[in-house]
Write a protein that binds this ligand. Structure first.
Ligand code: ADP
Ligand code: 5GP
Length: 186
């Protein structure tokens, strides 16, 4: 892959975005993942600066006011945002950057970076999505139902995106994403 590109990956919580991205980043070493800031508490095993920058609401509000976030949104009771500096630096140095963000954030990026490639990951079915959310075993029952409710709204917006990929078989979905990136000249 060659060239610098901003890539946005969106899809309902539990669809497998993180799993797909971990493999994609291992296979495509020239891709860089943006690390988001969030007010959510770390899940077991999550590492500060690797999975997220875990910050409090006041710090988040200050970052928004100082325009330090490229985009941000509230999701299932917590705030999430993309720190602007690292993304702009990577793009300026000719690297490609992936943002793994929810729908509202992706819509903001569509306005500020219309040239970004926007990919939406779909589950094979709502039943399978619920199974994956529960199988991950890291969210409370209340958090799971908030995420499932939001998933229906997000899936309804899938056609706004440049590309839709169904994450049924993981390897096949990965190959489809790679084909899109290669076809896009990355
Ligand atoms: P997201 O980042 O979209 O919230 P995760 O990557 O955490 O989702 O995946 C949610 C759960 O679904 C995890 O337990 C993961 O192992 C599982 N999973 C991901 N992709 C697949 C797939 N293609 N088939 C079956 N299970 C999957
Ligand atoms: P989770 O709590 O499961 O890690 O993430 C919840 C949702 O927030 C996911 O849909 C994820 O893609 C999204 N998200 C993570 N980081 C960001 C971000 O920086 N901005 C926005 N808008 N959404 C994010």
């Amino acid at each position: 892959m060659t060239g610098s590109r901003l890539i946005v990956i969106t899809g309902p919580s539990g669809v497998g975005k993180g799993t797909l991205l971990r493999s994609l980043l291992m296979r495509q070493s020239e891709l860089h993942l943006s690390i988001s800031a969030t007010t959510r508490s770390p899940r077991p095993g999550e590492v500060e600066g690797k999975n997220y920058y875990f910050i409090d609401r006041q710090t988040f509000t200050e970052m928004v006011a100082a325009e330090e976030l490229l985009e941000w949104a509230e999701f299932a009771g917590n705030c999430y945002g993309t720190p602007r500096g690292p993304v702009e630096e990577l793009l300026a140095s000719g690297k490609s950057v992936v943002l793994e963000i929810e729908l509202e954030g992706a819509r903001q990026v569509r306005k500020t970076f219309p040239e970004a490639l926007q990919i939406f990951i779909l589950p094979p079915s709502m039943e399978e999505l619920e199974k994956r959310l529960r199988g991950r075993d890291q969210d409370s029952e209340a958090a799971i139902s908030r995420r499932l409710q939001r998933a229906r709204e997000e899936i309804a917006a899938a056609s706004e995106f440049d590309v839709q990929i169904i994450n049924d078989d993981l390897e096949r979905a990965l190959e489809e994403i790679e084909a899109v990136l290669l076809g896009d000249g990355l």
